[in-house]
Write a protein that binds this ligand. Structure first.
Ligand code: GLY
Length: 667
């Protein structure tokens, strides 16, 4: 099959429904499906429960529209595939143990027990939602996949999307585990894994479920969904009874746990005691994709040919038909006004839209002349460009170096030779003032920590004015080459989304051990080779090993960054002799990174001939990070000037300051 019109990332219920709808409208569609079995749609119980779930506002409207689509949508799917979808408007009963505080429309105790005999005697009232119900989510997923296949959607199972390639807010392609692919339009429907590709605020929220079997000839055959206060019980027509679900903020932690299963069984038998004798058939778990406001992200993205359909949290099965309809209409240029309520932009400024800066028009260029961009969206590094320093920084920073002594990395010029970090500051205000005082123009950011909103990193991406500071995304936290490669790609997307379209820099850290934080030389070299191939300007963090530095230079790295001593240790430069050998042999800039604790050590490193320094902890953790920022800026500058000036040789004996030759002896 040739290039697709639309490439959908995600082969779960949302991705397949969108793909099927698009195909029915005549589009050539490809679906990348990392692992069909892991889709949240398999884990769900399939409840169609707008009111029972307590949805309100736009979420209620969206879900009611979807519920209204269900009868027709599921019937057409069944006709197309010959598969049952298990759509069953069975009604949902919400029994309450404490109905006293419920609204006046509550069912009486007698009524709720009439609707469902054999409930716990402690149930005192409830609600009845006759138009709500369920679909058999597994049957539905199977039907959708068959429909997509029969209609000619190219479903690529086992293919993971690794990175969107972008240029000027346009996706130009996608890197996958099976090579590079292109399409006219892209849809991100990767559920809880969406954040691996774009910095959208979607996290996994684990749910565990249990299935019981109604014993043959049981007098207790349930006919409607019971939505209790801490449990739901979903009876299927085939006698299975699904109990769900835990709600756990534990990331992608796998397995059913004893506590999770115990909670489900206890709550279920408390609400409907006859279940105690039902055989246990199956336990499983899955990951709901949750956003900060628990509503999905639907519609536009920062790229004009990328549509978002993710973050459906507890309501993916319910919202599938309406999502498919609205997303296809939006791709066709007819966005429904209801989509406005689900736009990703609602998270801007909340600290949640990590790295998702909005650029209705292309962001203003950072440098006067942006370098040309290659087909992979990587800046060409042949044209040196200058980097303007804002006035406020000039007044606070160390005295500027002479223009003919600029630091040039991958063709980009910088006046300051001090790079700084963003970790460990007490607050963003101090960080900003300290960065300004240091005069630093390159600031490194831990991509993974920003993406996961690690402590101290919530809103960090927005806290810095990236029109003035050049971002150096780093792969901190990566323990293997493969992980670092993935995070480097994400870092490039983050920089682009924050307006640095041509930023292809990455500070490569591959650090397998958490105690000494020492870099893995082999993993670093391997990752560097791959990233250079992908067009990155790679700045690898390494031990001060001259041979490794040479290999990295030969691999095409933009700098080499030997450590002075372990990260954050403040032990200064413990390996001056090796750093000197690296400096002597390198044709690329040598940046001393890690270990510098004081301005004298910063100056000493520069006097050795280092081209630049990267200092974080010694500034951020100083008693006054603003003064220390300035001190480090001055010291870097002083060390550089001293190196250029050439120090006097060290002698064994005194040498008088006033020369003795030519003095008057009185004879
Ligand atoms: N739809 C219910 C749940 O996610 O547990």
């Amino acid at each position: 099959m040739g290039q697709a019109d639309v490439l959908v990332v995600g082969g779960g219920i949302i991705g397949l429904a969108i793909a099927t709808e698009l195909r029915q409208q005549g589009a050539n569609v490809t679906v990348l499906s990392r692992d069909f079995k892991a889709a949240a749609g398999h884990a769900a119980a399939g409840m169609l429960a707008p009111s029972a779930e307590g949805l309100t506002g736009s979420m209620l409207e969206l879900s009611q529209r979807s519920l209204a689509l269900y009868p027709d949508w599921s019937r057409k799917l069944e006709e197309l595939t010959g598969q049952d979808t298990g759509y069953w408007p069975s009604g949902i009963l919400t029994p309450l143990f404490d109905s006293a505080s419920a609204s006046p429309t509550v069912l009486s105790q007698a009524a709720v027990h009439y609707y469902q005999p054999d409930l716990s005697a402690d149930v005192t009232g409830g609600y009845w939602y006759p138009e709500e119900g369920q679909a058999d989510n597994r049957a539905l997923l199977k039907a959708l996949r068959i429909a997509a296949q029969e209609l000619g959607v190219d479903i690529q199972e086992g293919v993971s999307a690794e990175a969107f390639l972008q240029q000027n807010h346009h996706v130009t392609g996608i890197l996958t585990t099976h090579g590079h692919q292109q399409a006219g339009h892209y849809v991100l429907a990767a559920g809880a894994w969406s954040r691996d590709l774009l910095p959208v605020p979607v996290k996994p929220r684990k749910g565990q479920l249990v299935a019981l079997l109604t014993p043959p000839d049981s007098p207790y055959a349930l006919k409607r969904v019971l939505y209790g206060e801490h449990i739901y019980i979903v009876p299927r027509k085939d006698g299975r009874v699904i109990l769900g679900a835990t709600d756990e903020d534990v990331g992608f932690a796998p397995h059913n746990t004893a506590m999770g299963v115990a909670q489900l069984l206890n709550e279920a038998t408390r609400l409907y005691p006859p279940l105690a004798d039902f055989p246990l058939q199956e336990c499983w778990w899955g990951y709901r994709p949750v956003t900060p406001d628990e509503a999905p992200i639907l519609g536009t993205s920062p790229c004009n040919n990328l549509t978002l359909a993710t973050g459906h949290h507890r309501n993916g099965v319910l919202l599938t038909p309406v999502t498919a309809k609205l997303i296809v209409e939006a791709i066709q240029g007819q966005p429904d006004p209801l989509l406005d309520a689900f736009d990703w932009e609602r998270f801007i400024g909340t600290g949640d839209a990590v790295g998702m800066a909005h650029h209705p028009t292309p962001a203003p260029p950072i440098s006067p002349a942006l370098p040309a961009v290659d087909p992979l969206g990587c800046a060409s590094s042949t044209q040196p460009t200058s980097f303007p320093i804002p006035t406020t920084m000039q007044t606070l920073s160390a005295p500027p170096v002479t223009d003919d002594d600029a630091l040039v990395i991958a063709g980009r010029s910088f006046s300051s030779r001090l790079m700084t970090g963003t970790g460990k500051f007490d607050n963003f205000e101090t960080m900003r003032s300290s960065l300004a005082a240091s005069g630093s123009e390159i600031v490194t950011v831990a991509v993974r920590r920003v993406q996961t909103n690690a402590p101290g990193h919530e809103g960090l991406a927005q806290a810095i004015d990236w029109t003035k500071i050049w971002m150096l995304p780093n792969t901190a936290g990566c323990t293997s080459a493969d992980e670092a490669i993935r995070v480097a790609r994400l870092g490039r997307e983050m920089a682009k989304l924050l307006g640095q379209e041509d930023n292809n820099f990455v500070k490569l850290e591959v650090i397998p051990d958490a105690k000494y934080l020492l870099p893995d030389p082999i993993g670093t070299l391997r990752a560097a080779e791959q990233l250079v191939k992908e067009g990155f300007a790679v700045l690898p963090y390494v031990n001060a090993d001259p041979i490794l530095a040479k290999y990295l230079e030969e691999a095409g790295c933009a700098t080499v960054m030997p450590l002075g001593s372990p990260i954050g240790s403040g032990q200064g430069v413990r390996n001056a002799a090796n750093i000197q050998i690296i400096v002597e042999n390198a044709k690329i800039p040598v940046v001393v990174d890690a270990g510098i604790g004081s301005p004298s050590e910063a100056a000493e490193s520069m006097e050795l001939g280092a081209d630049a320094l990267l200092i974080n902890t010694a500034i951020a953790k100083a008693q006054d990070p603003i003064k220390m920022g300035r001190a480090m800026g001055l010291a870097t500058e002083a060390g550089r000037l001293a190196y250029l000036a050439g120090r006097i040789p060290i002698k064994a004996y005194a040498s008088a300051s006033s020369p003795l030759t030519g003095t008057i002896t009185g004879q």
